[in-house]
Design a protein around this ligand. Structure first.
Ligand code: S3P
Length: 426
């Protein structure tokens, strides 16, 4: 579906955006593992999280679903049952890699498949540590889906030195670790999102330049109520829109402010963005608050290597902010962007170049400056929700708007994106 995006003059009002994607996936998984009934309130009702819900239904869980809430009858330790068919993770890397850590410990065989994009993404990164634990997992020759996970034999706890900055790899190993008496340790050198350790209450030790995270059977989840804050990655699109429009102001309520995810707010503030944080509080161990965003003049800044894992999902929309900011936008040390729902460096650079912008691509990032010259081109979304939404915001900020193909991909993380935009447009 081609979506024609129109220019917007100003936005005003308040929004409560849907629940955080990373937390919603984990809340579903931990509820399904626990012995008894859990509830997940304000979960993200999107294609990605629904892939996780479907997988756990196939593993024997009863899950009741409303627009905003889930009630999950968890199966307890060792309680999952062999699915009658393959598990389809759709477009979701988080579903695949995290569930792999759980399934590697089960006494039955499973196969995981995914859509065309997910079937290109690297899975060796989780297969390797899980194999060290004794799991038997087969992938395609290229190390991609489909993935066959064999009936678990004797598994052992490991100490895993994680060389790729990835919360999905970290979580896969820690979730497998929950099934063993001995303690599994993940050593993390760059700080990645910490929802797995926060929601499970895992022990974390901080050292100079690295941290150790511990999991064992003692940390196996118990039934509980999760209240999911609004997704900061979704909020980022609205922040960039409001900052770059004149006479605009937005209140985004209940936004996740976890310190491993709030880099986008810090960077936009350093770029001169007026974003005020109010009413900070905690829910399910996660920090949240309300964001007031005002029209601002932005300037580009140097983006440090340490903050990249914190803002990895926000880089497409940050690049759009950088384009409207004074000076050149530069992002480096972000090679991981090539392994997302699309190769996001290529997806961004090819569209920017087609728009007539000055864009130099590097293996680990790109530089961007100039002004949009060719407005009437068709933007290629590469079936990637964050590419589609980033260029939609760009289209709302330039003269004649913009057309974007396969726009339906936004349903992966925010099916109501355009409706929310309409509700705040003046
Ligand atoms: C996620 C981790 C990140 C992120 C993804 C969600 C998670 O991926 O990009 O959208 O929920 O653990 P990596 O672990 O591949 O960095």
């Amino acid at each position: 579906m081609i979506e024609k995006i129109e220019k917007i003059n100003a936005v005003k009002g308040e929004l409560i955006l849907p629940g955080d994607k990373s937390i919603s996936h984990r809340a579903v998984m931990f509820s399904a593992m626990a012995d008894g009934k859990s509830t997940v309130k304000n979960y993200l009702n999107s294609e990605d999280v629904n892939s996780t819900v479907d997988c756990f239904r196939k593993l024997g869980c009863k899950i009741e679903q409303t627009e905003t809430d889930l009630t999950i009858e968890g199966k307890g330790f060792g309680g999952f049952t062999k699915p009658n068919s393959v598990l389809d993770a759709g477009n979701s890397g988080t579903t695949t890699r995290l569930i792999c850590g759980i399934l590697a410990t089960q006494k039955f065989e499973t196969t995981i498949i995914g859509d065309a994009s997910l079937s290109k993404r690297p899975m060796k990164r989780v297969v390797e540590p899980l194999s060290q634990m004794g799991a038997e997992i087969e992938t395609s020759e290229k190390g991609t889906l489909p993935m066959k996970i064999s009936n678990a034999k004797e598994l052992k706890a490991i100490e895993f030195d994680m060389l790729i900055a990835s919360a999905q790899i970290k979580s896969a190993v820690l979730l497998a670790g929950l099934h063993m008496d001995e303690t599994t340790v993940v050593i993390e050198h760059s700080r990645t999102r910490n929802h797995t350790e926060t929601l499970l209450g895992l022990r974390v030790e901080e050292f100079d330049g690295f941290r150790k995270i511990y999991s064992s059977k003692k940390n196996y989840p118990k039934p509980t109520e999760y209240i999911v804050p609004s997704d900061i990655s979704t909020a980022a699109f609205f922040m960039v829109l409001a900052l770059n429009l004149k006479n605009s102001g937005l209140l985004l309520k209940n936004v996740l402010l976890n310190e491993t995810r709030n880099g986008i707010i810090k960077i936009l503030q350093q770029m001169g963005g007026r974003i005020e944080i109010e009413n900070t509080r905690e829910s399910s161990g996660e920090k949240l608050g309300d964001l007031r965003i005002f029209s601002s003049r932005l300037h580009n800044i140097e983006i440090s290597e340490e903050i990249i894992p914190n803002i990895i999902d926000e880089i497409p929309i940050l690049a759009v902010a950088g384009l409207f900011a004074e000076g050149k936008f530069v992002i480096r040390n972000a090679e991981e962007l090539r392994h997302k729902e699309s190769d996001r460096i290529d997806a961004l650079c090819s569209n920017f170049k087609n728009l007539g912008l000055n864009c130099t691509e590097f293996e680990d990032g790109f530089e961007l400056s100039g002004e949009v010259i060719n407005e009437n081109i068709l933007i290629e979304s590469f079936d990637d929700h964050r590419i589609a939404m980033a260029f939609a915001i760009l289209g709302m900020l330039v003269g004649k708007g913009m057309s974007i193909n396969n726009f339906e991909s936004v349903a992966v993380s925010n099916p109501e994106f355009l409706k929310q935009i309409r509700s705040i447009t003046l």
